[in-house]
Write a protein that binds this ligand. Structure first.
Ligand code: GDP
Ligand code: MG
Length: 755
């Protein structure tokens, strides 16, 4: 029997388990693309009932409510209203019923077949809780199925229920009490010949902008009705929904008394600490530090504390350099990276050996340093990046990230941002590209612009090697504290500049207020390996794509520029001083004079920092790669075999030997310039795609200005501490002036309005 293929749409709050369900249902038969027109990710796949019976599944983006207008929410709502999927599967986190059912009561009002999937029954079972499915079905009027997306329980039953529901149309109905105003509003939409009239009517009563645009005529009519009514209908509707949900939840929850209430209070207790007004942010910072320490630290654990390990890993054993260096065991992330670098290093040597004929030297250089070097530089990052994504995924999946957004909402609101802006910023620590894409979940254009602009200040993974190498030199040669503390200082300074810029924008060019942000906190979950793997894969994919295209190609370009003279003569690694790249460096070097690494004019290697900052504009990975070439040239080794720290050290020494000085302030300013300036090509392209028209030029200017002024300030503050007072005074003066200027202006506007 030939049958039309049915489509089911998955729909629900964030963290309710949609992605997990989608993956369990579709297995490998999934396809990820974009929604037409907007660039919100669209996942679709198929579920197989049997060999010749399938159903299409679409994973709608996770949203908090059907009202505010992030592109995701518009996509999800329009999909249901306009595309008429054959059935909507509303995924509900059963452990968090009250908070999840709000949206269910809204979908209920649409004329679309609906099945509710109560997810995470495995958790309920473990906690000895039960839900009265019959009561839920009776009161909601649609089929309810208990499932566990993760343990793949109840999926067959769910899909059969979905197929049954899809075969017969459903009229929307509401849980709101009957009121004359509601039925009158509904009639207005019915008269206009629209489906889901009640849903539209309620949206119009809530003064929903999307509704006003979509159907202006009945909307106007409903506005008149509302005006006659005079009461605050928007608030009333929300209250009525919550009242219904509260009553329903009491009915449907069968408690195993005591034990469960103890459990509840434990999670509440945890929340009391984690979202505490004073403790919340410090706890988060400590957590970040622990994560960075695990991923990046070269001296993770000092051996003097553990004699046993010292015996095993002592200097001179085969483990040195792999697990152990300078009296300390390295962090798991670094050890992982070492193994990979060991492998790629071995491969390089092997390939190198194939070119024995002296005439092949340029080709050898091109293949080994240019092509393989680029490839291996990228591969070298993968272990640490994936490890970092692993920790971020744990924070996300456990429900902690939602709390972090909640904590930061209190702070951000003062600066004209909502707590949601925090998530893309944090993602910026991984890579700016997915982070900028993630700003689509923000409510207003203003918020998106501000967030995209400051995302690069949250130092990304590609900038980490710069921190590691230069901070290493600061620690080794300039008496600064441990290198991971310097790295932490850089991260904190970056965040500080981000906050200052946000406030500055809020006080000058972007004064609007953000709409209130209501966030439903998901319940805590123990992260599951399978879900973690999916999320790491999702995030890693973006990075790899970027890595294997742009970074790979630019490595080759940098190699060519640094190995040829203007007259096309090939140069050995250690002749880089005569290369095209070096000339470019000498040309732009004076520009960096205020930042402390530009005034060493005439010294042999003074241009080195300027050059690397420029190659960094293509990809931040290039900065340290170029340093490596320069280090090799200075040390006279054909192939650079030392560490990144040694390369930077060599440059600093070479400059001072030829009569210049690179101070610790200049080095710190160099790091900060790289953190704050125009990000890599890929991020610029992404920002261009995500920003509204006409904002890109200003954004580039903003990055240049902040990195230049910021770099200068950091240089001065490090080398001449008394300038801290001036910087602080200037900032305070600016903010006070802007604050009072705005106050006066808004007063004037009010007066005008009163006339
Ligand atoms: P989404 O935001 O709706 O896509 O939700 P995800 O699929 O990312 O799931 C959020 C978290 O809930 C993840 O940590 C999942 O491992 C977890 N999760 C999802 N379904 C289940 C389930 O049936 N049981 C349990 N115990 N955890 C689940
Ligand atoms: Mg998801």
């Amino acid at each position: 029997m030939e049958q039309k293929k049915l489509t089911a749409a998955l729909f629900g709050n964030p963290n309710c388990g949609k992605t997990t369900l989608f993956n369990s249902l579709t297995g490998s038969r999934a396809y990820v693309g974009n929604w037409p027109g907007v660039t919100v990710e669209k996942r679709s796949g198929t579920y197989r009932f049997s060999k010749d019976s399938e159903m299409d599944i679409v994973d709608l983006p996770g949203i908090y409510s059907l009202s505010p207008y992030t592109p995701e929410e518009v996509v999800a709502r329009n999909f249901i209203i306009d595309e008429h999927p054959d059935v909507v599967i509303n995924v509900v986190d059963a452990t968090n019923l009250e908070r999840n059912l709000y949206m269910s009561t809204q979908v209920l009002e649409m004329d679309v077949p609906l099945v509710i999937a109560l997810n995470m029954v495995d958790v309920l079972e473990k906690e000895g809780r039960k839900l009265d499915v019959k009561a839920l079905e009776e009161r909601l009027g649609v089929k309810v199925v208990l499932i566990s997306a993760l343990r793949e329980k109840g999926l067959k039953e769910l899909m059969e229920a979905a197929r049954d529901a899809a075969l017969s149309p459903r009229k929307g109905h509401s849980v709101l009490p009957e009121k004359e105003i509601y039925s009158k509003a509904e009639k207005a939409y019915e008269a206009a010949g629209l489906s889901s009239p009640f849903f539209h009517a309620v949206k119009a009563l809530e003064k929903d902008e999307l509704e006003a645009k979509a159907n202006p005529l009945p909307y106007e009519e409903v506005q008149k009705l509302a005006q006659e009514d005079g009461s605050d209908l928007e608030a009333a509707i929300a209250d009525e929904r919550y009242a219904f949900i509260e009553k329903l939840c009491k009915e449907a929850t069968k408690r195993k008394r005591q034990k469960e209430s103890e459990k509840l209070s434990l999670s509440d207790k945890v929340d009391k600490v984690l979202t505490n007004r004073w403790a919340g942010i410090p706890i988060f910072i400590v957590l970040l530090f622990v994560i960075f320490h695990l991923v990046f630290s070269e001296d993770f654990l000092y051996l003097s504390y553990s004699g046993l390990i010292q015996g095993t890993f002592a200097e001179g054993t085969m483990w040195e350099g792999l697990f152990y260096a300078d009296g300390a065991i390295m962090s798991p992330g670094v050890i992982l990276a070492n193994f990979v670098n060991c492998l790629t290093g071995g491969l390089s040597t092997l390939v190198s050996g194939w070119f024995t004929d002296p005439s092949l030297v340029p080709l050898q250089g091109f293949i080994v340093d240019g092509v393989l070097g680029g490839l291996f530089a990228v591969i070298g990052f993968i272990p640490q990046i994936l490890f970092l994504f692993f920790f971020f995924s744990i924070l996300e999946d456990s429900g902690y990230m939602a709390r972090v957004a909640f904590i930061f909402d209190r702070v951000f609101r003062k600066f004209g941002l909502s707590g949601r802006a925090f998530l893309p910023m944090i993602m910026g620590f991984g890579c700016s590209v997915p982070a900028m894409i993630n700003t689509r979940s923000l409510n207003t254009e203003k918020e998106r612009i501000q967030t995209i602009r400051v995302i690069p200040f949250f130092s990304c993974m590609a900038k980490a090697p710069i921190l590691a190498a230069v901070a290493g030199v600061l620690a080794a040669d300039f008496g600064w504290a441990a290198s991971d503390l310097v790295a932490l200082l850089v991260y904190v300074a970056g965040i500080g500049v981000a906050i200052i810029s946000i406030i500055a924008m809020h006080l000058t060019t972007m004064r609007e207020k953000v709409p209130p942000f209501i966030m439903e906190l998901p319940s805590y979950h123990l992260p599951q390996p399978r879900a973690l793997a999916i999320h790491i894969y999702d995030k890693g994919k973006h990075f790899l794509k970027k890595a294997f295209t742009i970074i790979f190609l630019t490595t080759i370009a940098v190699w060519v520029l640094s190995h040829f003279r203007w007259d096309y003569t090939y140069l050995e690694n250690n002749q880089i001083g005569e290369s095209i790249l070096a000339d470019i460096g000498r040309l732009i070097q004076p520009l960096f004079t205020p930042l402390g690494f530009g005034y060493q004019l005439g010294t042999a290697w003074g241009w080195a920092f300027a050059v690397t900052a420029i190659t960094g504009l293509i990809a931040k990975e290039n900065v340290i790669m170029t340093m490596g070439y320069l280090g090799a040239a200075i040390l006279g080794t054909a192939e650079f075999a030392g560490s990144d720290v040694e390369a930077v050290e060599a440059i600093v020494q070479a400059v001072s030997l030829s009569g210049g000085t690179i101070t610790s302030g200049a080095l710190f300013a160099f790091i900060m310039f790289n953190v704050l300036t125009i990000p890599c090509f890929a991020a610029v392209a992404t920002a261009h795609a995500e920003l509204p028209k006409g904002k890109m030029g200003w954004t580039i200017l903003f990055w240049l200005l902040v990195s230049y002024v910021g770099g200068t300030a950091f240089f001065l503050m490090c080398d001449y501490p008394w300038t801290i007072a001036i910087v602080v005074l200037l900032l305070a003066g600016f903010f006070t002036f802007a604050y009072f200027y705005n106050k006066k202006k808004s007063l004037e506007e009010k007066m005008k309005g009163a006339d």
